[in-house]
Design a binder for this molecule. Structure first.
Ligand SMILES: [Cu+2]
Length: 479
């Protein structure tokens, strides 16, 4: 059984993906070592908060006796007081697969701590989980109708009990009620009916006000507008459409040493991509001096991470005239790809500028199935290259983008969480990345990901070799 086949056992039931951090791709994927065990984890955050997150874990290392999972806030005092962990259920069919569900109690950022124990010892890691209410649950019309008729029956019952109690209940057997008594009973019944109606109206008002308070909690991503100043300076203005008070537009923390990762894609053909890092000039304002760019329409995806570890992706479209700008520098990069309206769904190799080849070890791709997307870089002779470096602290960066741009996910070999959020969960990771800088890196990078829905996608993969940032582009039809 290949790794892809083994890992494909991590499957979520297909659901319509609500919009969250990343775009249209709310599930969280993570691949890391928990002590001696390599674990692949998929987490589906709850769509309503409080709600239940679904967790699936597969070990690539055999010999695990038990996996425990526990939810806790990502930051703040609660982060150090873990409740008693739950033991994840082992699959009946695959001894290396585990699953569980955990309650996420409040909106913001949580983490799931995964602890593995087995014949080789123990280990653990934490995965940040944004908890963003994506919708309010609505009552099904059928259930509403049933409950409404039950309420009418109850109200009618109350009225008739009061009426009978006031009239027949007071009479000796055999005596007929007088006119005055009958009138008094009818009055009481009328008053009871008015009271029942009043309670129903007040109840409805209370329900609606609760619902509207909750609907204000439903996650609304930050918004961004783009404008061009002085020919080549791009200005991004971030605004908050109104969500929870704790969200700010000036509390971003560096992720791979940049406050913002900006992806610009020329649309609709997606034949050019830029990965840039604008600077913050004032609260909610970022600027960047663009390189040379052709005129056209562009889609922008801007990744930021808040101080509480919550990642957000903003998006907008805008038009540019021909831009004559500065050469790219630092971590900025650009690449050219074939137009997405002429996709090649069987292409496995993409030539790189120095004659090397980036090869996608591809397999069939099915939506909602967690798959390691593996890319190998080989030299002209077909041998693995030996000049791979970290690009912004990572062996590689991958962007999974749907043709209609309704899905955008920025993924690393460690998974879908930004390094800045992971480091909040485990500060020792920052040192680990630093230490790794000096060693030689493998020529293969692998990204754990599951497409949230079927359709045509493009995958951009970026690696760094001997100081050069190189980008591959591949097309995939997801079933
Ligand atoms: Cu990245």
């Amino acid at each position: 059984m290949t790794t892809a086949r083994l890992l494909s056992l991590l499957v979520f039931a297909a659901v319509h993906a609500p919009l969250q951090a990343h775009i249209g791709s709310p599930d969280i994927f993570h691949e890391a070592m928990a002590g001696p065990y390599r674990l692949l984890v998929a987490i589906r955050p709850p769509p309503v908060i409080p709600g239940v997150a679904e967790i699936q874990i597969r070990s690539a290392t055999p010999g695990i006796d038990r996996i425990r999972i526990v939810p806790l806030p990502l930051t703040g005092a609660g982060a150090s007081f873990a409740p008693t962990p739950d033991v994840a259920d082992r699959s009946k069919y695959d001894p290396d697969s585990f699953s569980g569900s955990l309650w996420m109690m409040s909106t913001g950022t949580w983490q799931v701590r995964v602890e593995a124990e087995g014949k080789d010892g123990k280990g653990h890691f934490s995965i940040p989980v944004p908890t963003l209410p994506a919708r309010t649950l609505t009552m099904q019309p059928g259930l509403g109708a049933v409950l409404f008729s039950l309420m009418l029956v109850l109200a009618a019952g109350l009225v008739s009990i009061v009426g009978a109690g006031a009239l027949e209940g007071q009479l000796e057997p055999g005596r007929r009620p007088s006119k005055t008594e009958a009138k008094r009973s009818r009055k009481l019944m009328g008053a009871t009916a008015a009271l029942a109606a009043g309670i129903a109206v007040l109840g409805n008002w209370w329900w609606n006000s609760e619902a509207s308070v909750y609907s204000r909690n439903v996650y609304k991503p930050l918004q961004v507008t783009a404008s061009l100043e002085s020919n080549s300076r791009l200005k991004l203005r971030i605004s908050d459409p109104g969500w929870l008070k704790f969200r700010k537009t000036d509390d971003f923390i560096p992720d791979h040493s940049h406050l913002m990762h900006l992806i610009l894609i020329r649309i609709p053909r997606m034949e050019r991509i830029w990965h840039l890092h604008p600077e913050q000039t004032e609260s909610g304002v970022f600027v960047h001096d663009l390189p040379d760019m052709p005129a056209g329409r562009y889609q922008l995806f801007a990744d930021v991470v808040h101080a509480n570890g919550l990642p957000e992706t903003m998006t907008t479209e805008f038009d540019l005239p021909v831009v004559t700008g500065k050469p790219l520098s630092g971590d900025d990069s650009t690449a050219t790809a074939h137009p997405i309206d002429m996709p090649d769904h069987r292409r496995t190799g993409m030539g790189l500028p120095d004659g090397a080849l980036m090869v996608w070890e591809r397999d069939d791709v099915i939506s909602n199935v967690l798959t390691p997307f593996r890319f190998r870089v080989q030299d002209k002779a077909g041998a693995p290259v030996r000049d791979m470096e970290l690009y912004m602290g990572m062996p590689g960066h991958a962007f999974f983008i749907k043709k209609d741009r309704k899905v955008f996910a920025h993924v690393h070999p460690s998974g879908s969480s930004p390094m800045a959020s992971l480091t909040l969960a485990d500060p020792s990771l920052a040192h680990a990345a630093h230490a790794a800088q000096s060693s030689e890196f493998p020529s293969t990078v692998s990204f754990p990901f599951a497409f949230p829905e079927t359709g045509d996608y493009r995958v951009f993969v970026q690696v760094k070799r001997a100081g050069q940032i190189q980008t591959g582009a591949f097309d995939v039809e997801v079933w």
